[in-house]
Design a protein around this ligand. Sequence first.
Ligand SMILES: Nc1ncnc2c1ncn2[C@@H]1O[C@H](COP(=O)(O)OP(=O)(O)OP(=O)(O)O)[C@@H](O)[C@H]1O
Length: 326
Amino acid sequence: MREEGLDSNAPGLTGDDDEANSGPAPSGYGQIPDEPVDVDVTAVDPSLADPEHVAEVVAPQREIRTAEGAPLMRMEHVTMKFGGLVALDDVSFDIKRGEILGLIGPNGAGKTTCFNTMTGVYRPTEGQVVFDGRVLGKLKRNEITRAGIARTFQNIRLFNEMTALENVAVGTDARHKTSVPGALFRTTRHRDEERDAIDRGMALLEFVGIGERATEKAKNLPYGDQRRLEIARALATEPKLLCLDEPAAGFNPAEKSALMDLIRKIRDDGYTVLLIEHDMRLVMGVTDRIVVLEFGRMIAEGLPDEIRDNEQVIAAYLGVPDDESA
Ligand SMILES: Nc1ncnc2c1ncn2[C@@H]1O[C@H](COP(=O)(O)OP(=O)(O)OP(=O)(O)O)[C@@H](O)[C@H]1O
């Protein structure tokens, strides 16, 4: 007999398929330089111990709250083909400002492809992605980062030999305006930006709950803290949209619960969040709305309660019982 609604114990609905987290540092990740950044932790502002001040530093662009509810990103009839394979088939939906949108679907449904068209990795074969009024297909990857889209990866990608603070500080680099000569000659602007990178980096580490680990190398952090560090680094680019790709992969229930709190805190601080996640309990518990893909098509869109009880979604995940498919 079929179970009522979606259940995180159902096959394929858990995050147990996590891959190794020790991959090499990424290449071509936004504006991140190859060399470690020299940071002086003793220069950190003591006022960062104050959570309210931390929140102010973390989300300086609070005006994004004012337009809450209006579309921030629009997928407009997006089709993505790889040779003969149609990974996305005429997919259209909005991500509204200030919401946590869940993107779910069985394995191979097209979630990551969707993510990649939204973050500039792929250009859609047909249709377009519009972010904050701009068509993404015309922007380069670094321009997309500057436009306000940041992401984390299924497989953690950190600079393992750099400290936690350095990892976050390089994320702030995407916003810096110093020219190469300015950096070489250490102009006042360059020094101000370095100082800002350290202060904001520390604030972000506090915000995600790992401030006390600022001087530890990324490779020595516990797995859960590495995931938090990835989120902090993405936030360092001051995104309007934060895309999280299976952030709970490999987490135990207590870590998942803490992650849900963090994702809500990020949303409450004025960011918009897109979440791909296999763990249904987490998705149902934290998202404001959910979009469901199956075989590259969007089969449902709605509130978590609506999605939980949607027959088509349940069938997509659990398969239609033999006696109903005849
Ligand atoms: N670069 C690519 N080249 C060819 N086929 C691809 C490529 N990327 C994805 N695909 C195919 O597109 C389909 C959708 O894949 P995608 O990774 O987007 O699904 P998914 O929903 O993210 O799956 P999972 O939950 O397993 O990560 C799959 O059939 C996949 O094999």
